[in-house]
Design a protein around this ligand. Structure first.
Ligand code: PLP
Length: 355
């Protein structure tokens, strides 16, 4: 009989069942591959790699570039396989038996999984009915629970909600445990907590190349934190955890990040255009978003989702997840994809509205 570690059996599975969608708007990815000029540089970079050697110069070059861009030291940067790996390791390092972890609800579904996986005690903090995070109450929850780790997602997935930097700073000033700010979508928002991180030795900012920079397939993320934190938490990663192909790709993408500015602006414009059109449809509520996706609430969400699946359009429906009943999250795709999506939703709504 196989005897697994306790707790694994009851872990939820991260839902990654994918179909061959005609239009894929379900995972907040960038719906464009590398810009051609970037692709050319990446391909020639990859062709020169020493595949026989363990990573060293490739990962160092990326880390140093990031340190320079954020005006921090190399020691303040920790690279990882997506920000997922950063998050998992932070839960592992600060969580554990009898350690409480506070994170928002609804938010990124992986927080609960990492809490369970690290045998920590989850303390979900409910957002208000408009999905705003009350910073004062969040601080109170962290402190009364004597939490070891507090996490916020700014802007928040799956609700899209912007969290003002003043609120993040207020939280940082009033809690003393490790404080992770998950900035997976910050490129679509305004100010980043990286601006204030140097003032708070317990603040960890987690970033990723998966969303705005369209490198979801390469799995590259990083964190910016105090040197003491990167040193301590760095011990729990496996040796040479970031492979050279991904490191070189991210390094070149970041050098050429100006190529991404028009795309990011376009995704923001599409998000706004979709929000405006969907909002006008009977019975659909749209929440303000500071990301590359929007959350809609519609009392026929389940039926609409089925309808979309049948014609090959993938969106993210949340079923009965707490606080997300009747909600669907739609990533902003290409203009034509978004147009097709909205046309179909409009038809559905018109056919399902009682006169
Ligand atoms: C997508 C996402 C991540 C992780 O992305 P990686 O691909 O692992 O970098 C982390 N947090 C949130 C909120 C996300 O939506």
């Amino acid at each position: 009989m196989l005897k697994y570690r306790t707790g694994i059996k009851n872990l939820p599975t991260y839902d990654v069942v994918e179909r061959d969608w005609n239009i894929k708007l379900n995972a907040n990815e960038c719906n464009m591959n590398l810009p051609p000029v970037v692709e050319e540089r990446v391909m020639s970079g990859l062709s020169r790699l020493a595949f026989n050697r363990y990573p060293n110069t490739e990962t160092e070059s990326l880390a140093e570039q990031l340190a320079g861009a954020f005006h921090v030291q190399r020691g303040n940067i920790l690279l990882a396989n997506g920000s997922s790996e950063i998050l998992e390791k932070m839960f592992f390092c600060f969580g554990g038996r009898n350690h409480k972890v506070v994170y928002p609800r609804p938010s990124f579904s992986m927080y609960k999984i990492y809490a369970d996986l690290s045998n920590s005690i989850s303390v979900p903090f409910d957002l208000d009915e408009e999905y705003r995070l009350n910073a004062g109450k969040f601080v109170e929850t962290v402190n009364t629970n004597k939490a070891h780790l507090a996490v916020v997602c700014a802007p928040n997935n799956p609700t899209g909600t912007h969290i003002p930097l003043e609120d993040i700073e207020y939280i940082a000033q009033n809690i003393s445990c490790a404080f992770v700010v998950d900035e997976a979508y910050i490129e679509f928002d305004k100010k980043s907590a990286t601006e204030i991180q140097h003032k708070y030795p317990h603040m960890i900012v987690a970033r990723t190349f998966s969303k705005a920079y369209g490198l979801a397939g390469a799995r590259v993320g990083y964190m910016i934190a105090d040197k003491k934190i990167t040193e301590m938490t760095g011990k729990v990663f496996m040796p040479y955890h970031l492979n050279i192909l991904s490191a070189v790709t991210a390094d070149i993408v970041y050098q050429m990040r100006h190529e991404y500015e028009p795309r990011i602006a376009m995704m923001i414009a599409e998000r706004e255009r979709m929000a405006l059109q969907l909002k006008q449809m009977e019975g659909i509520k749209i929440y303000p978003s500071a990301t590359n996706f929007i959350l809609m609430k519609y009392d026929k969400a389940a039926a609409l989702n089925e309808y979309l699946i049948n014609i090959g359009i993938g969106v993210r429906s949340f079923g009965n997840a707490p606080g997300l009943e009747n909600c669907i999250r739609i990533s902003a795709g290409l203009r034509e994809e978004n147009d097709t999506f909205m046309k179909i939703v409009k038809e559905f709504v018109e056919n399902h509205t009682e006169e």
